[in-house]
Design a protein around this ligand. Structure first.
Ligand code: M6R
Length: 613
């Protein structure tokens, strides 16, 4: 995935574009570039390999002036990170430039055709076919640049969000989208394109969500939108629903730390919004109680952290709703032969709503007649558009690449959905529902409690951060927590970490244990036999001289007897404990990464959402 931005108005474009790219850098950070049209309609391009700071330094030495421009920050797919593969890409004459997020799947075919017509390519990217195609359409008689853009895009297969600027049409920038996110920001006498709203939120009053297959023409006087066939379509102006400060670090040293701290507020708001008088009040437009009653199966599909949320959702739904629930990685689901039918509810889970495998999976499931209820964070994302119903996680923009607040919000969404479904299926009484909600109401404060003890967690991380590997163990509701804790550690500290179901330890991983291996055990006190089993697992680790770190319930003296270090959490009902326990592990990973000196918000090789296979 990459980030794109564009500006047309009366101000200097370069600083505005750089600011937008800074906010989009989470989408990719191996190279970046700008194309700016100056007052005499000459197109200037500047590109740099590496973080955006490299481009900033270049522009400081050689500023670009002009009031129209486009910019790009790249996560390499086709072609190594290099200046010649960085966007914007130009046509042969240097008249027009294109920035692109997505993949042109038939680019090899198109490139071969263009090369047969003696077109010379400068890069290894799929994107470069686009400026050449547009230029060919102009040469072959397209009467306007808009027509050339439309015709060129009609030949492209795949996914794109793009911005086009040309000296032949200096008072317009063009934008188009198919399958990749793109918004148009409306300011006062100025217009923007961006991969997401936070990139331009402080500058705009309204937003236009471009639909798939639409092309927009932005001038200093307004925006017109067309279909690829050239028909003008009405423009819908939407309110901006996020606040400018949501896209800032607000005094925290990283977005990740800020987002960890936001969790109590987000979960409290979700609870407030969806509960009333001790009952869940979750109206899911498009899916009736009768539908939930008759449902015979649920299939949860997601990737990465969202997959761990799905694992939790399965455990909880089976526990409460008396229904068969399966959970699968979207990248596996789409290539196997799943036995789903119209009686199966598909629940994709995604922060971004743009993950390619998740989108492909639900399109398959819809074709098989299944209803799709998404748990998603981003409004108007591709996932939301493709769903029958949506439960928003309402966590606000998540900018740190490692997901934190979106995860706990996904867990909370599963709790609310489970209670609503359990009631529709007559599996829980009003009394039990009220009791569960009372326990749930303790979660935000319990998370605060963990965050307030972050200095203790920091000390534990400092002590254990330098080994090559670590093992995370959990059971039942906290098995997904173990996987998520290990994933966080890997992503941001680059220390190998493995999450395991604690009961499986004796079936292999126990061989890893020696006096150097940190073993993080989630051993909060529970009402069932899982706690005792975790204690046994911890004793097995201790007996082999592993370095035991426990997540344990405040006041638990049994764990104290053999764990080297303990991260304490308040006593919480078992079913809901993952929302609290994972916060300790997020902080542990955070401080380990800090001690190891990594770039926490932008870990190497990662992009915030994986919009390609
Ligand atoms: O946007 P999505 O929730 O669909 O993204 C899924 C995964 O790519 C994402 O959770 C990834 O694993 C993050 N890097 C986790 O921190």
């Amino acid at each position: 995935m990459c980030g794109i931005v564009g500006y047309i108005g009366s101000k200097e474009a370069a600083e505005i574009l750089l600011d937008g790219l800074r906010r989009l850098e989470y989408r990719g950070y191996d190279s970046s570039g700008l194309a700016i049209l100056d007052a005499s309609s000459t197109l200037h391009v500047s590109k740099a390999v590496g973080r955006l700071s490299e481009l900033e330094a270049k522009l400081e030495a050689g500023p670009l002036h002009g009031t129209r421009g486009i910019g790009h920050t790249r996560w390499a797919t086709h072609g190594e990170p290099s200046e010649r593969n960085a966007h914007p890409h130009m046509d042969e004459s240097g008249s027009l430039a294109v920035v692109h997020n997505g993949i042109i799947e038939n680019y090899q075919e198109l490139k071969a055709e263009l090369q047969q017509q003696d077109c010379t390519f400068q890069s290894d990217t799929d994107t470069e076919v686009l400026p050449h195609l547009i230029a060919r359409e102009q040469a072959q008689g397209a009467s306007t640049l808009l027509e050339a853009v439309r015709k060129a895009l009609s030949k492209a297969r795949g996914a794109y969000a793009l911005g086009v600027i040309s000296k032949d049409d200096p008072d317009t920038i063009y934008a188009a989208r198919l399958g990749s996110p793109l918004v148009i920001g409306v300011g006062e006498g100025e217009y923007f394109i961006a991969s997401d709203v936070p990139a331009v939120v402080s500058r705009i009053q309204k937003v236009i969500y471009l639909k798939d297959g639409e092309v927009a023409a932005l001038t200093p006087d307004g925006v017109k939108v067309y279909t690829l066939a050239g028909d003008e379509v009405p423009v819908t102006l939407s309110d901006v629903t996020i606040r400018a400060e949501d896209a800032e670090k607000a005094g925290f040293e990283t977005f990740m730390l800020k987002e960890i701290h936001e969790q109590p507020r987000i979960l409290r708001n979700l609870l407030r919004k969806h509960t009333l008088d001790g009952r869940v009040n979750l109206a899911i437009d498009g899916l009736s109680n009768d539908y939930f009653r008759k449902l015979n199966r649920v299939m949860i599909i997601s990737c990465g952290t969202a997959y761990h949320a799905g694992m939790y959702g399965k455990l909880l739904m089976e526990h409460v709703c008396n229904i068969a629930v399966e959970v699968d990685l979207a990248s596996e689901f789409r290539y196997r032969d799943p036995k789903v039918d119209p009686g199966t509810l598909i629940i994709p889970v995604s922060q971004s709503g743009e993950t390619a495998d998740t989108l492909a999976s639900i399109r398959m499931a819809r074709a098989w007649g299944c209803k799709v209820l998404s748990i998603c964070n981003v409004q108007d994302s591709s996932l939301v558009r493709d769903s029958d119903a949506v439960l928003y996680t309402e966590a606000g923009p998540e900018i740190g690449v490692a997901s934190t607040k979106a995860y706990t919000a996904q867990l909370m969404a599963f709790v609310l959905l489970t209670l609503a479904m359990g009631r529709a299926r007559n599996e829980i009484t009003p009394e039990v529902e009220t009791e569960l909600l009372e326990d749930l109401a303790q979660i935000p404060d319990a998370i605060h409690y963990v965050i307030d003890r972050k200095d203790d967690i920091n000390q534990i991380a400092e002590k254990h951060h330098d080994g090559p590997s670590s093992l995370y163990l959990g059971r039942k509701f906290n098995y997904p927590t173990a996987l998520e804790g290990a994933l966080k550690n890997k992503e941001i500290s680059y220390q190998h970490a493995e999450g395991y179901a604690a009961g499986e330890m004796k079936h292999g991983p126990i061989a890893l244990i020696n006096e150097y291996l940190p073993v993080i055990c989630i051993c909060t006190r529970t009402r069932d036999e899982v706690y005792e089993k975790m204690i046994s697992n911890m004793k097995e680790v201790e007996a082999r001289h592993g370095r035991l770190i426990a997540v344990a319930t405040d006041g638990d003296t049994a764990v104290k007897a053999f764990a080297e270090d303990i991260m304490y959490v308040p006593a919480i009902r078992d079913e809901f404990s993952p929302m609290v326990n994972v916060v300790a592990l997020q902080l542990l990973a955070y401080y380990a990464a800090q001690a190891r000196g990594t770039d926490i918000d932008k870990p190497r090789n990662l992009a915030k959402s994986v919009t390609v296979e």
